[in-house]
Design a protein around this ligand. Structure first.
Ligand code: PLP
Length: 620
């Protein structure tokens, strides 16, 4: 039974193999056997690479880039569209060199370009040899330096489009272009009035932060015409927001964008490119519905809808079909990374046995113990009520000093045993107690990762990602748990999980094995998570490993980036690790002079301090 809904969200990329382990299938080679994820971890462990880690699967990235471009190109052929598709990858979605370099490499056959939303991102984009027709689209608020670099890059053959976001930017561009005497490639961001649904709805509509309204557009056209630069305005841009749940929102917005394109063309603007921004979503839950964490369309459907909508609009206005540009990064990169960590220990809210009755027990303890005699499926709620009543009464007595610590401990132990019996009776698949009760009884699995560093959107915006154990999937899970991370912050927890039959407050898990690690994987974390993460409690970047899936069921390790050491995270918060070593050494020497320490202790103490400072920030 697929408790975790892996078949739904795994999309035949993440599968369960015949050993009950998570396997990774190579979409570029569908006949190849899946590669066991626990076996990959074992191999990496032998090579000295530990969890927690981000595992990037290069084959997935290559597949998504190819798939998106194929979907657009197939739609173009099917619809009879007389223009090309020239997508760009928005660097902000994952700026890591290993990712951007590979995207450029895999995108080369498709003339795939890059989108830069800031000066540093433009600098990164310009350090890549893009193919001849690939674009660099510059969005965001741009100063003179940004604009100068973008314009000058044209001399090297880059197709760098400066997207005008505001009237002020128009003036800066005109003055820099005049000064450099180079024709810029210009774009304009139009503010669409259609508003999308979903978590990013505020990125669209009148109150969205970027883009020009109709009045500003007209003024811009006049200004560029007066400055003799209207012939440079080639691209129209709009962006709806990330993770658009409903494909009909996309159709509506594209229709509106086309209206602007047609009107601007009729105003004499020589537009050639229609850039529809990002928004293509990821079906995190696999439900294929328009919800916050799911989408009601496939990549193929999205591409067809865009191409068809633009073709109809342009044909109606008898305007040449523009080159289509999209800036979807999430859909391209999310699948390729997974976060993997081990469970360190479990806190249980049950006890296998209850203490025997003892002479002199307080009568409320006897009442509590008596519940064990009438626990049945039919009286579960009554037992729950009674157990909680007696336990709370006993706590009140303990607080006032009427019963001692040992008596209270016996009471708590009986209570926990009752909870175990209630859970047993409730059954695993046929639970008769509420989600709220279940959450109260769930184990806490303490896990070796930082939510704030590795899954910031789970903390900040309740993003859902599939989370599953990587092994024992041929055995029915026998416990329910919520997950906590290794930070000492009570917010560092995960208590919403994607399961086959919906979102649940607890995750079915297995009793932790005694001799082997129990690994968990969090999937689809390639978009936004790595750079949005922070250093809460000074847990740094995890190890990052990039692999390729081989046809024979093995894998190749392409790159390893070691996670932050303690000395690295100290320097991020402006401590000099060497100064700290020196200060610690001084304290040790002072303790030796006062006789509190022996001289030979110095070596041990300094060794322990140095080992820590050079070590990984996570549990080793
Ligand atoms: N383009 C622009 C202008 C954006 O602001 C964003 C992010 O929201 C993107 C592209 C990326 O969109 P997505 O998250 O859908 O990949």
């Amino acid at each position: 039974h697929d408790v975790y809904g892996i078949k739904k969200w795994g999309k035949n990329l993440i599968v369960v193999n015949d050993k009950g382990e998570i396997g990774l299938k190579n979409p570029l080679n569908p006949d190849a056997p899946s590669v066991s994820l626990p076996a990959i971890l074992e191999d990496l462990d032998d090579r000295g690479v530990q969890v927690p880690m981000i595992l990037r699967v290069s084959s997935y990235l290559e597949h998504e880039i190819k798939h998106m471009n194929d979907c657009f190109n197939e739609a173009i052929a099917r619809v009879g569209y007389r223009g090309k598709y020239r997508g760009v990858f928005p660097i902000k979605v994952n700026q890591q060199a290993q990712v951007v370099d590979r995207i450029v490499e895999f995108g080369r056959p498709f003339e795939y370009g890059l989108e830069a939303g800031s000066k540093p991102e433009l600098v990164i984009a310009l350090a890549h040899r893009l193919s001849r027709e690939a674009l660099i689209v510059c969005n965001g608020i741009k100063d003179e330096e940004f604009i100068r670099l973008a314009i000058l890059s044209r001399k090297l053959g880059f197709n760098t489009a400066i997207v005008l976001e505001s009237p002020k930017e128009v003036d800066t561009v005109i003055s820099v272009a005049k000064e450099l005497d180079v024709d810029p490639m210009l774009g304009v961001r139009v503010k669409l009035t259609n508003q999308i649904s979903g978590k990013w709805e505020k990125s669209s509509g009148d109150r969205s932060a970027f883009g020009m309204n109709t009045d500003q557009l007209v003024l811009m056209v006049d200004k560029l015409r007066d400055a003799g630069l209207l012939h440079c305005l080639k691209l129209q841009h709009s962006h709806l927001g990330s993770q658009v749940p409903d494909v009909n929102d996309v159709r509506r917005a594209v229709t509106e964008a086309c209206r602007f394109y047609i009107e601007l063309t009729q105003e004499g603007v020589p537009l050639t490119h229609l850039d529809l921004g990002g928004g293509m979503g990821v079906d995190y839950t696999g439900e294929n519905r328009a919800t916050d964490s799911s989408i009601n369309y496939s990549m193929r459907e999205y591409c067809t809808n865009v191409v068809e909508t633009v073709a109809y609009a342009m044909d109606g206005a008898e305007i040449d079909h523009p080159t289509l540009v999209t800036e979807s990064g999430r859909a391209v990169v999310a699948t390729s990374s997974m976060l993997i960590f081990n469970v360190l220990e479990a806190t249980h809210y049950d006890a296998p046995t209850a203490p025997e009755a003892e002479e002199g027990d307080h009568h409320l303890i006897s009442d509590l113990l008596a519940i064990t005699g009438y626990i049945t499926g039919a009286r579960l709620q009554e037992c729950w009520n009674d157990a909680n009543f007696y336990r709370n009464e006993l706590r009140a007595l303990f607080h006032r000093g009427y019963i001692d610590l040992r008596q209270m401990a016996r009471a708590e132990r009986i209570y926990l045993h009752l909870m175990a019996r209630i859970k047993e009776h409730a059954g695993f698949d046929d639970i008769q107690i509420s989600d709220e009760q279940l959450t109260k009884l769930a184990d806490i699995y303490h896990c070796n990762f930082s939510l704030f560093q590795s899954l910031p959107d789970v903390w900040a915006i309740d993003q859902l990602h599939p989370i599953v154990p990587l092994q024992m999937l041929d055995q029915a899970p026998d416990r329910h748990a919520v997950l906590t991370d290794i930070t000492c912050d009570s917010d560092g927890k995960v208590d919403r999980f994607i399961l086959a039959d919906g979102v649940a407050p607890t995750l079915p898990v297995h009793t932790l094995p005694e001799d082997t690690p129990y690994y968990m994987g969090v999937f689809f974390v390639g978009a936004y998570q790595e750079t949005l993460g922070d250093l809460h409690n000074l847990f740094g970047d995890t190890n990052v490993v990039t692999i390729d899936l081989r046809a024979d069921g093995g894998f190749d390790l392409l790159h390893e980036q070691e996670g932050d050491t303690i000395s690295e995270v100290m320097s991020y918060v402006e401590f000099d690790p060497q100064d700290c070593v020196a200060e610690f050494r001084k304290m040790v020497d002072e303790a030796i002079s006062t006789g509190a320490l022996k001289s030979k202790d110095r070596k041990t103490l300094m060794g322990a301090y140095r080992d820590s400072i050079n070590g990984y920030t996570y549990y080793e």
